[in-house]
Design a binder for this molecule. Sequence first.
Ligand SMILES: [Zn+2]
Length: 568
Amino acid sequence: MKRSRLNSGHSHGAAYVLTCLLGCFPVSSSCQAQDPPSRTPDQDRSVARSYAEASVPAPTSRPAVEKPSALSPEIRRSLEIIRSADIIGHAKILGDPKYRGRRASTPGARKAAVYIANAFGKTGLRPGGGAGGYYQVFKIRTGYRIQSDLDIRVGGSSLGEQLLRADYGVLRLPGGKTDLNLPCAMAGYGVSCASLKFDEYAGLDVKGKAVVVFSGVPWSASTGRWLQRTLGKPGFETLAYKARNAADHGAGCLIIVDNPAGWRKQVGLTEEMGPVDTDTSAEGPIPVIHITRNTLVELTGMSRAELNLLAIEIGQEMKPQSMLLRGRQFRWKASMTGQARIGRNIIGILPGRDDELRREAVVIGAHYDHLGEGANEEIYFGANDNAAGVGAMLSVASALAAMPQPLRRTLVFVAFDAEEIGRRGSKHYISKPPLPIDQTAMMINFDMIGRNEPNGIYAVGTRSSRIVHQIHQSANHHIGLKLTHPASFRLGRSDHSPFYYARVPVMYLFGGLDPDYNTPQDTWEKLIPGKVEKVARLAFLTALEVARRTERPQFHKPQGAVSALLPE
Ligand SMILES: [Zn+2]
């Protein structure tokens, strides 16, 4: 997970483009290689039993130890609609040269969108994109480039190109450009909290200055809790809050440094801490830049140990330790260019039958965009990433649509656009969902399901709900995949993560990285037919059970579920 380095600012005119490396890179490599498969706990088995008879109410209490019985005939019939030949067939078509690698907002991607919308239509799904029919249209910017030139001067001399080049990343660039030459101040965590009478800007004149703050929030010795938990509402840790608060006090720029006390992992930083990769990065009140602790040491003249102590003391005393950094000058010139273009999610809906529960959605998604063409017009076919995932999603849609009567909850099928350039499609979905996000029971995401271990799959994020964790394992009794749940919960960076951040239980099905990942060699013949079929069937049974049972899965933030999206 080297997102921050991938996106590090390059000083002195170096330009860079965000690429697919930011997408589709889900679990830490050590997890992928080493985690033993986790088998289904016995106590989950009677959830599987409820598949046996669609008309029998699903169990809502903790299930007893029992072997799963057979699937009901109608479920079996639907399940068998999911065939590897169909899934691979879709992947072969979407991976065809005529789609030119489906880069977001290119003619190839548009053709792919038409293909998927037609498939939804044939399946009988209702259009879910509002006025756009099946298409949910949104603005995207592609070909993002940032020119950035940073210089920090201490007592008249520069910190040095070498240090700066390695050590910063652009987080926000309002208006797409900036040209600053500012004195500096340091404002602890950048928090002003009236109810705790804790204001790190009190008595500090930051007008027209670059303000350095720590990430996260202080830990309070008096309450023994993190500030955000003391107040019961997260917010002070977010980049949006810190930037807004600094701007309200007249600051010209915000500089964020990872909390030197190493508490970042415990304070629940949110995804928006990530580097520039979206249009919204060009919004916001003031420019925001991320520097490392090494640079902070140089900037402040304090040692790491001293900075560490400072970060701790602020929380322990709940007393600000803000200061001007005299003799420091922050010079930063940056500009961002890109073309505004259109992205399209394709959304198809299978309405639920229950008067109440039909307002709740089970979302099944896969991104259809990929990298497009390289410098020499070589095509990045993206068969495994993620034409196969789209094929699986379409196949699951056919199977669920074939159930003799509608399920209780509504099923929403989404082919996401622009995953490869920062999950833009899924983020847009979250902001404009056809059914409310807070009534979304679950999200299943397919991304790169067709390679590696022929009978194994990573089921990432299932611990975001106890019930989802049970259901998919019970469903797997009928499928027989070797499931791996990464031991240290890591979210990954595909389209499920915006849902997770919106507190929707997720299951991300992922087959692992392979040598052809993000190369023109990712072609359809290399997909493993039996594997994609089983993975799609597992998703079918899981979605079916979530859509029909009375109890809705509750979101549960797993222990240690810190975003893997954050700069290290
Ligand atoms: Zn992908």
